[in-house]
Design a protein. Structure first.
Length: 302
């Protein structure tokens, strides 16, 4: 049976591969908490063309809600950097040295020949070979393959957390259904007492004022109708059925469940306002407390 998915999860993986003129190691880190929409926060190193776009595409294709943070720590291992000769600047340096040697000879000044190390030490003749000027496509492919593994582990945890939430919500929905049944029984038990109270009120009003008994009876009947909680209890039963259907449906049902929890709360509030009976009021208050607990859990559903 499919289950809802939690927005709270984390996953991390380590990998290594070639790129950036040598070998690299890295650590992917993905974590999320609840959110109204999908908010992506990426902490990725610069210099790898296409990395951010690829990560965003994978996340938006597989997630619908949550505040998601993705981090990548990239470390170059030995051989990641080296020196190389800049041919153009080397030629310029040698030409300049030849001019200096020729001018010194013409002036009768003897100069020692520079060593190869001294030539290499001249500014610009050598430069650092880094990932900034190399092809990063191989590294990108390795990183994204590893990110797919990280994202799969992340989704596995979201589903596991979702199953745990579903178990909690199932128990809470069952208890709401039990409270609704208790409220229906309390409302039935209240009915004879309410009828007697209305008859006593009718008698008091009839004795106190010169009014049409039929009109007074009609007004009291209207009050009795307004105090009836049958519709609220019927809607509670319907909401219970809808909540169970959402849990059975699975997937990203958080928005619908949040709206349904608000409807549960609306019926519980109305039940309390109409109660007019200690037993029914207590059930309504217990029901409101349980619905508040359910709404807290629902906030974590995708």
């Amino acid at each position: 049976m499919p289950s809802p998915v939690s927005m709270t999860a984390f996953a991390t993986t380590r990998g290594q591969g070639g790129g950036l003129s040598g070998c690299c190691s890295w650590v992917w880190d993905v974590r999320s908490v609840n959110g109204k929409g999908l908010d992506l926060r990426l902490r990725l190193p610069d210099g790898i063309e296409g990395l951010e776009a690829a990560v965003r595409a994978d996340l938006t294709r597989r997630l619908t809600r949550g505040n998601v943070t993705v981090g990548l720590r990239l470390t170059r291992t030995s051989g990641g950097e080296g020196l190389r000769v800049n041919p153009a600047l080397l030629a310029s340096a040698l030409t300049a040295l030849a001019e200096v040697q020729g001018a010194a000879a013409a002036a009768g000044v003897a100069l020692a020949q520079p060593s190869a190390a001294e030539v290499l030490a001249m500014r610009g003749v050598t430069e650092t070979a880094s990932g900034e000027d190399t092809d990063t496509s191989a590294l990108l492919a390795a990183l994204m393959a590893d990110f797919a593994t990280t994202l799969a582990a992340f989704e596995t945890m979201r589903r596991a957390e979702g199953r745990a939430l579903a178990a909690i919500l199932t128990d809470q929905i069952d208890r709401i259904a039990a409270f609704a049944a208790d409220a229906r029984a309390a409302a039935d038990a209240r009915r004879p007492r309410a009828a007697e109270a209305l008859r006593e009120a009718l008698a008091r009003v009839a004795d106190a004022v010169d009014a049409d008994p039929a009109r007074i009876a009609q007004e009291l009947a209207l009050l009795a109708v307004k105090a009836d909680v049958t519709e609220e209890l019927d809607r509670l039963d319907a909401h219970v059925a809808a909540a169970r259907a959402l849990l059975a449906q699975g997937g990203p049902v958080g928005r619908k469940f949040d709206f349904l929890a608000q409807e549960f709360n609306r019926e519980a509030n109305t039940l309390c306002s109409k109660a007019g009976d200690i037993a029914l009021t207590r059930i309504g208050l217990d029901l409101k407390h349980l619905i508040d607990q359910m709404r807290e859990q629902v906030q974590n559903l995708e």
